[in-house]
Design a protein around this ligand. Structure first.
Ligand SMILES: [Zn+2]
Length: 323
């Protein structure tokens, strides 16, 4: 392309064998559409980096032009070899791969790993897709009396509940009935605007949308505007949920993390850690104690309305009447 000679030879780069490439755009010059304008653009970038920035050479390893060609920037043989080694380790190519042109091999391999990285990113981003979600429309939710207050995310806390009533459900039909029962109970008996939980997990292996990720719930006294809550349908005082359900609950936490709804140093609790209730049941509580980022025992923010809990100590009721 007519590159200028670097002022100094490039330093060899130390990088992990399987390095994730950074994708950048040039800002200036604008995108080019043919070979001539793309060569001009790459030269412009080199001049800018060397003359204005004062660097030894063009900064990028490669540049991709709108003409569909990749322009070599700071190509380094050892880097190419590392990426080839990475490809071998990943089983992408065999040890006796054959390429006739080292430059072509380098570029092809870089492109291949670039695509692989995109695919890997896509795969990593799909934990939420491993969950079968049931939208409010799908389970036939009632319209809230008032729109929910939006919640500022990410939040630090995630709470696990059980519904206590109704008992655990085993198929789609009975789980939909259970979620509707909870919504009716919260709206009609408790007088709340909507179902209290952000999400509910049914024995049918599906997660039902309550108030969703970004709305303040009505689930945990003193924490409704700073926590998300998942409630497992059923009573888990003496019964343990199936492994399938436990796996799904943990995926739900990971999904919240991936979406940035909870912080990286999030704290996972049982409802009983915040207020005087037996929720989420002793068996389930003993299980979640072993999960990542669990923080149990009475929290500093622990609150209790003794009068009301004396009336019904086990039913999963939020007494946050001031909220
Ligand atoms: Zn609870």
């Amino acid at each position: 392309m007519g590159a200028r000679t670097p002022k100094e030879p490039v330093k060899s780069m130390v990088e992990p064998v399987c390095h994730v490439p950074y994708i950048q755009h040039t800002y200036d010059p604008p995108k080019c559409q043919n070979q001539s304008s793309c060569i001009d653009a790459v030269k412009w970038v080199q001049d800018f980096h060397m003359d204005t920035r004062g660097w030894d050479d063009i900064g990028y390893n490669y540049l991709l032009g709108g003409d569909g060609r990749i322009y070599v920037g700071r190509v380094m043989l050892d880097l190419a070899q590392k990426r080839v080694k990475c490809a071998i380790e990943m089983g992408v190519i065999t040890h006796d791969y054959n390429c006739t042109d080292i430059e072509t091999k380098h570029i092809n391999m870089w492109l291949f790993l670039f695509v692989l990285t995109l695919l890997k990113s896509y795969t990593l981003a799909s934990i939420c897709d491993e969950i079968t979600w049931v939208s409010r429309a799908e389970w036939g939710a009632r319209t809230p009396k008032e729109p929910a207050k939006p919640m500022v995310t990410p939040v630090l806390h995630a709470f696990i509940h059980h519904t206590d009533d109704p008992p655990k459900c085993q198929n789609q039909s009975s789980c939909i009935d259970a979620v509707k029962w909870v919504q009716d109970f919260h709206m009609d008996t408790r007088g709340w605007d909507d179902i209290g939980y952000n999400y509910l997990l049914g024995g049918d292996g599906r997660i039902y949308v309550g108030r969703g990720w970004y709305a303040c719930g009505r689930h945990t006294l003193g924490m409704n505007d700073k926590a998300i809550a998942l409630s497992l349908i059923g009573n888990y005082e003496s019964d343990a949920p199936s492994q399938l359900i436990l796996d799904l609950a943990q995926k739900w936490v990971k999904c919240a993390l991936e979406k940035g709804v909870i912080t990286h140093d999030y704290q996972l609790h049982g409802h009983r850690d915040q207020t005087c209730t037996t929720c989420p049941g002793q068996r389930l509580y003993d299980i979640i104690k072993k999960w990542h980022n669990f923080k149990g025992g009475k929290l500093d923010t622990y609150v209790c309305n003794k009068t009301l809990t004396t009336i019904s100590p086990s039913l999963d009721i939020d007494y946050d009447i001031e909220f």
